[in-house]
Design a protein around this ligand. Structure first.
Ligand code: ZN
Length: 269
C-alpha cells in the first residue's frame, strides 16, 4: 500500500472510531466520547465495586442505610431517562473519619459514614448523591479512561514521528508531550467534569424534591471542615471546594429552584 493512501485509511478509521464513541452529555449538551459501551461500563463498574466491598467495611447502621437508599433511589429515578436500565447500587461504608463519596461507571455509588455525619440534612446529602449520579450519566469515568487511551495512542504516534530525530530532540518532545497531556488536558477536563456534575446533579436533586440550596450549604460546610484540619478530607482532594464552585452553584440556582418548586408543588420566596 502506498504511504499517502495508507495514511488516509488510518485517518478515516480513526474518525470512524471517534464518531462511534461520541455521546451527548445530558443537560449540558456537551459532546463527550467513550470507547466503552454502556453495557461495558456496567460490568467494569460492577467488578470494581465488588473489590471495594471486599476491602472496605460495609455499614450495618440501619438509619444510615435507610437514608442513603431513600435519597439514592429518588435521585436515580430522575436519571432514568438519561441512562435507562442502570443497576443502581448505593452502599454505606463505615469510616467516621472518612469524609468521602464516590461513583463508579454503571451506577455503583459508595458513601462513607464520615460524609453522612457531615451532611446534616437530606437536601445536603442529595447534593452529593446527585453529583455522583451525574458523573455516571455523563459517563465521566470511562470518558477519562478513553482520553487516557487516546493520549497514549497519540503518544505512540508522536514517538514514531520523532524517531528519525536526534535523541535529545526526541526526549524533549516526549517530555513536553507527557507534561502537556497531564497538566494541559487532564486537569481542565476534571475541573470541567466537576462543574458539569454539579450542574446536572443539582437538577436531579431538585426534581427529586430536594431543596437545591442544600448544595451550597454542603460545599460551604466542606470548606469550613477543611479549614480546621491539617489535611483536607478525601472528598475535597478530588472535589476542590472554593468560591468558584459556590458561585457556579448560585448561578444555577434559579433554574434549580424552578425545578424544585415544580416537583414539590410549593412556591417559595
Ligand atoms: Zn465529582
Amino acid at each position: 500500500m502506498k504511504k499517502p493512501f495508507y495514511r488516509l485509511v488510518v485517518s478515516l478509521i480513526t474518525l470512524a472510531v471517534l464518531a462511534a464513541a461520541c455521546y451527548t452529555v445530558p443537560e449540558t449538551g456537551r459532546r463527550g466520547f467513550s470507547f466503552f459501551s454502556p453495557n461495558q461500563e456496567i460490568s467494569l463498574g460492577a467488578s470494581a465495586f465488588e473489590d471495594i466491598k471486599r476491602n472496605e467495611k460495609i455499614s450495618t447502621d440501619a438509619a444510615h442505610n435507610r437514608r442513603v437508599q431513600e435519597v439514592g433511589r429518588r435521585i436515580a429515578l430522575q436519571a432514568e431517562d438519561h441512562m435507562p436500565g442502570v443497576p443502581w447500587e448505593f452502599v454505606v461504608f463505615d469510616g467516621d473519619d472518612t469524609i468521602n463519596a464516590f461513583a463508579l461507571p454503571g451506577g455503583k455509588v459508595g458513601v462513607y459514614t464520615g460524609l453522612l455525619n457531615l451532611a446534616e440534612s437530606d437536601d445536603e446529602l442529595a447534593a452529593v448523591i446527585g453529583h455522583e449520579i451525574a458523573h455516571v450519566t455523563a459517563r465521566h469515568g470511562t470518558e477519562r479512561m478513553s482520553r487516557a487511551m487516546a493520549m497514549a495512542a497519540a503518544g505512540i504516534g508522536l514517538g514514531a514521528a520523532v524517531s528519525g530525530r536526534d535523541e535529545q530532540t526526541q526526549t524533549a518532545v516526549l517530555i513536553a508531550y507527557g507534561l502537556g497531556s497531564t497538566v494541559g488536558v487532564e486537569l481542565p477536563h476534571s475541573r470541567r467534569t466537576e462543574s458539569e456534575a454539579d450542574e446536572i446533579g443539582i437538577l436531579y436533586a431538585a426534581r427529586a424534591g430536594y431543596d437545591p440550596r442544600g448544595a451550597v450549604r454542603f460545599w460551604e460546610r466542606m470548606m469550613e471542615v477543611s479549614a480546621g484540619r491539617a489535611s483536607p478530607p478525601e472528598f475535597l482532594s478530588t472535589h476542590p471546594s472554593d468560591t468558584t464552585r459556590i458561585n457556579n452553584l448560585n448561578r444555577l440556582m434559579p433554574q434549580a429552584m424552578e425545578e424544585y418548586e415544580k416537583a414539590t408543588g410549593r412556591r417559595l420566596n
